[in-house]
Design a protein around this ligand. Structure first.
Ligand code: FES
Ligand code: FES
Length: 155
């Protein structure tokens, strides 16, 4: 079957098997490598992306479910000023070690700061609670998100 949707601002049409997951379609058919495959059970958050603006785990969605939707991945936010602030804060605060969780962490953190420019540490923890990091112990990631919040210039 054919799935038609908007990927990072561009209309795309992809032929898929009806039971293909969204993460597989993005990685295998469209070369979107920022969306990682970790647990494939909806628990690690490595496959997080924005579906119509909200963070979702793409391993738990079937590709046909995004028909007519807007899908945004890290690739689509490369030039976004909030994402640039987040990336720099992650790097400068040592919040990236192996990097496997990083795209999902950045997407969840982006959604948090987009909706709340001045989160508390507790709100940051809640914002990234669906994302697991095996390397950093989370502290540096929380510090990075709070640091990014301080860098943001409201538009
Ligand atoms: S791969 Fe999707 S939540 Fe782990
Ligand atoms: S940096 Fe390795 S899992 Fe988070």
């Amino acid at each position: 079957m054919i799935v038609n949707f908007d990927l990072n601002g561009e209309p795309v049409s992809v032929e898929v098997e009806p039971n293909m997951s969204l993460v597989d379609m993005l990685r295998e058919e469209l070369g979107i490598n920022s969306v990682k495959k970790g647990c494939e059970l909806g628990e690690c958050g490595a496959c997080t992306l924005l579906l119509d603006g909200s963070p979702v785990t793409s391993c738990l969605l079937l590709a046909p479910q995004v028909e007519g939707c807007h899908v945004t991945t890290l690739e689509g936010l490369e030039k976004n000023s909030l994402m640039i602030d987040l990336r720099e804060a992650f790097i400068e605060n040592g919040a990236i070690q192996c990097g496997f969780c990083t795209p999902g962490m950045l997407i969840s953190s982006y959604a948090l700061l987009r909706d709340n420019l001045h989160p508390s540490a507790y709100q940051v923890k809640k914002g990234i609670e669906g994302n697991i990091c095996r390397c950093t112990g989370f502290t540096k990631i929380i510090e990075a998100v709070l640091d990014a919040a301080e860098r943001i210039t409201p538009e």
